[in-house]
Every structure is written in C-alpha cells, then in structure tokens.
Design a protein around this ligand. Structure first.
Ligand code: PEP
Length: 253
C-alpha cells in the first residue's frame, strides 16, 4: 500500500502573529515548489491561526491547530471548538500531544472525546501516542502505546479512522535531540499498525498514516521516512526554521 507522506510542523507556544507571518513567508518561499509526494501542514498557536490561514491562501500548505475542546459551544472559559477552527480554515488538529498529557493531565478518554468532536467538525485529528523513557527502559513501550491507541481511538468507525492520522512520539525523544533509530521507530509503527488492524481491520490499518515525531531534523529525516511504516513526521523545533523544515519536507517526498 502506497501512503502519501505527510509532514506537519508543530510550532507549540512559539511565534506571535507578526513572527508567524514571517515564518509562513519563509516557508512559502522555500516550498515554492511543493514536494511531489508529500502533504505539508503547519500548526501555529491559536492566536496566529486566522492570520496564518490568510497568509497560506493559494498555497498547498494546510493549516492545523494544536488542540481543541471536547465541547461544542458554551460556558467553557478558555476553550476553542472544532467548529471555530474549521471556520478559520483549519484542516487538522493535533490531539493528545505528550506535553498536553504531561502538563495538562489529558487522558486517553479526553483525547478520544476530542477526536470524535474533531471528526464531526470536519477536522483530521493527529492523535499522538508514545512512551516515556522509564516505560521504554522497563520494556513497556508496546503495552503503553497499545493502551493509548485503544483508548484514544475507542468507538471510532473505520471511516473516521481513515480521516485520522497517528503520530508516534516517544516522549524521551521530544525536544531532547535524542531520536529513535529508524529501526526502533519503525518497529513501534508496525506494532501500531497491527493494533489498528485488530481494533478496526487490516485494510483500514494499511491506509492510515503513522507519523514519527521526536527530534526529527534535516539530517535524520530521510532515513526515518524511508522506513516502510513511517509515513512522515510531526516536527517540533525544526519546523521553526524555514530552510530546515523545507529539507525535511523534501526528504519526505
Ligand atoms: C513535537 O513537539 O511534536 C516534536 C516532535 O518536537 P521536536 O521535533 O522538537 O522533538
């Protein structure tokens, strides 16, 4: 099964509106000729999304948010709904990033509720899973990822899964400069695809993009993306530099 590669930049809590527009101008300039075989998205902070949406008009670069509410509308101070994100041009939303799981105590149950809302709103959820260093060292990588996949995707239909993207992001590799080796990452991606085949079915599992995230850079991207079950990357720090992000996108396609 040929799956088109996908590269998404997670800007995290970086870049105000002016800085976001500068970064988008840089990304548009370096990606003037888009990669042939990869889709590209950027995920700025909430405050930059609307300006980013306008600045991306006419390009092939899609827009995503970094989180959303499990609720539709109403008295949920500080929250932003999927419908609001769609209304300003978002196509994707990152859910269950390890920083949200760690600092904001997001559970699989919450990620699952958000994923369902995202799909109903018309967004493609990028659902993040991954083990901590202690879990890896304790031989718990596969069981940790299995419980996150099971819980975060519970109750989705096959069609809804097809509208979703998975990101495997070992927590010990995020922002640390430590990358999983291509073989280590691919083994977990294969495990995740097997889990999807059991929870949904084989045919659907084969269609799902599973991205790798964790200190991907211009030097290691090509080797990671060449692995059979790695379908692209979720890129943090390296997505904040247009030249580096461009090299990673080119490595994908
Ligand atoms: C991320 O935040 O999703 C990520 C992978 O970060 P970094 O590339 O900086 O490790």
């Amino acid at each position: 099964m040929i799956r088109k590669k996908f590269v998404a930049g997670n800007w995290k809590m970086n870049k105000d509106v002016r800085e976001s527009l500068e970064l988008i101008a840089g990304i548009r300039a370096t990606l003037a000729v888009p990669p042939m075989n990869a889709d590209v998205a950027v995920c700025p902070p909430y405050t930059s999304l609307e300006s980013a949406s306008k600045a991306l008009a006419g390009s092939t670069i899609a827009l995503g948010a970094q989180d959303m509410s499990r609720n539709d509308d109403g008295a949920y101070t500080g929250e932003v709904s999927g419908r609001m994100l769609v209304a300003i041009g978002c196509r994707y939303v990152i859910l269950g990033h390890s920083e949200r799981r760690q600092y904001f105590l997001e559970s699989d149950e919450l990620v699952n509720a958000k994923a369902k809302k995202a799909l109903v709103a018309g967004l493609g959820p990028i659902v993040c899973v991954g083990e901590t260093l202690a879990e890896r060292e304790g031989g718990l990588t596969e069981s940790r990822v299995a419980s996150q996949i099971r819980g975060s995707l519970a109750g989705l239909s096959n069609a809804q899964l097809e509208g979703s993207i998975i990101a495997y992001e070992p927590v010990w590799a995020i922002g640390t400069g430590k990358t999983a080796t291509p073989a280590q990452a691919d083994a977990v991606h294969r495990h995740i695809r097997g889990l999807l085949a059991t929870q949904f079915d084989q045919k659907t599992a084969e269609k799902i993009k599973i991205l790798y995230g964790g200190s991907v850079n211009a030097e290691n991207a090509a080797e990671l993306f060449s692995m059979p079950d790695i379908d692209g990357g979720l890129i943090g720090g390296a997505s904040l530099k247009p030249e580096t992000f461009h090299k990673i996108c080119v490595a994908a396609g």
